[in-house]
Each structure stands twice: as C-alpha cells, then as structure tokens.
Design a protein around this ligand. Structure first.
Ligand code: NIG
Ligand code: FE
Length: 418
C-alpha cells in the first residue's frame, strides 16, 4: 500500500541527515521543500518526489495537501496528563500573591492532586485522560510522553501506569510511560521519607520493570521534593533495571540535580528556569536534551529558562507543554510555541526543531521519528496554512487539520479517517 501526500505548499523536513538531533546553528536549518510530494510505503517515508513527476508512479491513495504545509508529527515529550480534580482554588491563591512553593509547603500543590487521584477509579481516570490524548492528536501529536507521579504509593502509581498503558492500546499514536514516583514526598511519609524512597527502590521500580509498565524513570530534584542524593539512589536503581532517566531540576532552586542527571546518563533534564549561569557550560555538547517548558513560567509568572544561552553553548533544546494541573494547565502547543518565540527568544525554525526532532531525542526515538527523512516512520502533521511562520503568528490557534501516524490518517478535521 502506498500513499502520496500531494502538492503541499511547503514540506518542513527538519532533515538531520540521520544524525537525529539539532544543536547550535543547525537548529535554524529546517529544510523547506516546495513543489514536492511525499511518497509513503506502508509505515515508512520512501521518497520526496518533484510534483511534475508524480504522474509516473502508481499510487494507491492520495491525501491532497494544496494550501497546506507538512511537518514531522509533533512529539510532545513532557506531560502529566493522567490526573483528576482541579486546582483552580490554588490558582486563585496564586493570583493573590501566594507562590507555588508556599502552596506546596502547606500541603497543597502536587499532594492535593494526589488526594484526588487516589480516590479516582482506573476507569474514571482513563476516561478523563482519553479526552486529553485526543486533544493532543488533534494538534498533530504522533508521539506523547505521560508521567505518573500523582499516586505516590504502590497501588496508585501502578494504577496510573496501567491507565497510560491502556491509553497506548486505545489510541493509534505512540504513548511512552514515565515513572515519576519521586515527584513529591507523600504526606503520610513527611517524617520518614526514607520509607517512601525504599518503597520506590525495592517495590515499585522492580515491579514496574517486571510488568514493563514504564520506559523512563523521572524525579523532581527540588528543596520541596527530593535531594540530589535521593535522586541518585533512585536513578542508580533505574539504570540497573534498564530504565533511562529524566529529571525535573532547577525549576526553583539549583540543588545539584544537573550533576546527578549527567552522572546517570539521563536522556533529558527538564525545566532549568533558574539554572545558574555557571552551570550552563556543563550542558554544552552533551547528548542529554534540555527540555524547556515556557508554559510553566507563564502559568506561574516565573522566570523563563535561558534558551538563547543554552543554544549558544551547543546544548540540545526541546520544548513541551508540561501539561499538569498545578504549574502548567496548558495543552495548547501553539501557545507554547508562541511563548518560546516571545519569551525564550527562539526563532520560528529553532522552535520547530525543538518540538520535533529534539523532543524525539528527549524520548530516545529520534532515529525513527521527529523528522521527515527517507527510511523514517511516516509520522506527519498537516497544517492549514501556506507558510510555516503562521504556526507562531496565529497565537493559540490550532492550525492542524490532519495527523498521520505510521502512514495512516488518524485524524482529519473534516471527518474522514482510516
Ligand atoms: O513539571 N515540577 C514538578 N512537577 C510538575 C508540576 C506538578 C504539579 O504542580 O502538579 C511540573 O511542573
Ligand atoms: Fe513536569
């Protein structure tokens, strides 16, 4: 079975010549093809054909792309979308001057979502999360990472990971599960945190590995959450079990997380809003991806990560929503892209690279997806515009009209899917 994406105004390939990421000046080089169509055979991109010669090929199926542009499928590499309840009351407190950390210290924040998730059944969580996954697919997302971290005990962390596994079965995109048991110290262990860390090390991680419930292990290295030594213990164990690590760090305080992430060969470090200047060179030339989350800075009215400095120092930069109920109640990728432009100072080309090939790199899958290269998987997003600049200019607008996963049309705004 072959499929032709015929005659788009632009094909943004984000070509890396098989390298699988972009850094430094390469971020601006997204390679725009015009007057070409894309030929897909089954689930693989097999050619970019000049429009004048497409008639020579026998085509089984055509998707007409006139007046549209084609990009790699969007890779959303950092979300916490399996949760229930609302933190609108805390948001009001924040508008009245309370800080995220103050709310967390008073037992609100992450722990208030934990209370809600513990009371919500598997079926209800699945239903709530399903709507959110669909919302991402409708924005062109073909790969989605989802973290646990709102259960914080054996039963409920496993419940969330099983919801994520079920989402992966129910939806046609790739959904990658991350275990974030070290998100916050659960309130019942406030005074004996080592007991909870032991549960992570001795019960949760081995069980998750045995049942294949997570691909990655994440943690929150922060003064209100886990110390660098605690994170190190957890990452050592995760690495022993073969789970790649990711780390939330330098969001409010820099307490040594960067060194621990490097030491444990983490796939990504995420946040970095307050990374001290003298730490930036450590990230230079590494394969570890810096995932920047400008939605968090916006939602919390907090500092923005030093994207320009990181790019100058040749770090690999990705972008994501960090969709969660407390620090970024934002699922809107267009808004994140606009914030990256206006608040992180990134160019439109850098943003596209960061939301495709580099976010795939943050999930360890950039050899298969994240750019349109011959031989890679046919994951694509099609936008209703003639020029990619609109992706940022049309702030907050979802211009995606079609999503293609593994060569199959899985979302069509106008209603017809396979
Ligand atoms: O990525 N920083 C820690 N975790 C989340 C926030 C979770 C929450 O507030 O519920 C984040 O920002
Ligand atoms: Fe997060």
């Amino acid at each position: 079975m072959n499929l032709l994406l015929q005659n788009p105004e632009q094909i943004i390939t984000v070509n890396t010549n098989r390298i699988g990421y972009k850094r430094g000046s390469e971020l601006n080089n997204i390679e725009v093809l015009t007057d070409h169509s894309i030929l897909i055979e089954n689930d693989t991109i097999i050619d970019f054909i000049p429009n004048h010669s497409t008639s020579k090929i026998k085509i089984d199926k055509i998707v007409y792309c006139k007046n549209n542009i084609v990009l790699p499928g969007i890779v959303e590499c950092h979300t916490h979308l399996v949760f229930s309840g609302s933190r609108a009351d805390e948001f009001r407190q924040k508008l009245n001057g309370a800080t995220y950390e103050e709310i967390a210290k008073k037992g609100g924040g992450i722990n208030s979502t934990v209370n809600s998730v513990r009371e919500t059944s598997f079926g209800k969580l699945l239903k709530i999360a399903s709507k959110r996954v669909q919302h991402f697919i409708e924005q062109g997302v073909t790969t989605l990472e989802i973290k646990s971290g709102y259960g914080l005990d054996f039963e409920n962390e496993i419940k969330i990971l099983k919801v994520i596994r079920q989402l992966d079965k129910n939806f046609p995109i790739t959904i990658l599960p991350t275990f974030l048991g070290a998100h916050s110290i659960p309130k019942e262990f406030t005074f004996n945190r080592n007991v909870y860390i032991d549960i992570i090390l001795k019960e949760l991680l081995p069980f998750i590995k045995k049942e294949n419930l997570a691909t990655f292990c994440d943690a929150f290295c922060e003064s209100t959450a886990f110390t660098k030594d605690e994170v190190n213990l957890i990452f050592n164990k995760a690495n022993d079990l073969g789970l790649r690590c990711k780390l939330h760090t330098d969001q409010f305080n820099s307490i040594g997380g960067i060194d621990i992430a490097i030491k444990n060969n983490a796939l990504s470090i995420d946040h970095l809003e307050i990374i001290p200047n003298n730490e930036i060179p450590k990230l230079s030339e590494l394969e570890m991806v810096c995932v920047l989350l400008p939605g968090v800075s916006y939602f919390l009215n907090h500092k923005y990560a030093p994207a320009k400095e990181l790019i100058e120092k040749n770090a690999i930069i990705a972008l994501a929503t960090d969709f969660n109920p407390g620090s970024s109640n934002i699922k809107n990728i267009s808004l994140i892209m606009s914030l990256a432009a206006l608040k992180l100072g990134m160019s439109i080309e850098q943003i596209i690279s960061a939301y495709t090939i580099n976010s795939a790199k943050a999930l360890g899958i950039s050899k298969e997806v994240g750019s349109l290269e011959i031989g890679k998987k046919a994951d694509l997003s099609i936008f209703e515009t003639e020029n990619y600049s609109d992706l940022i200019y049309q702030t907050g607008e979802n211009l995606n009209v079609k999503t293609i996963k593994n060569g199959k049309l899985i979302y069509d705004k106008n209603g017809v899917t396979e």
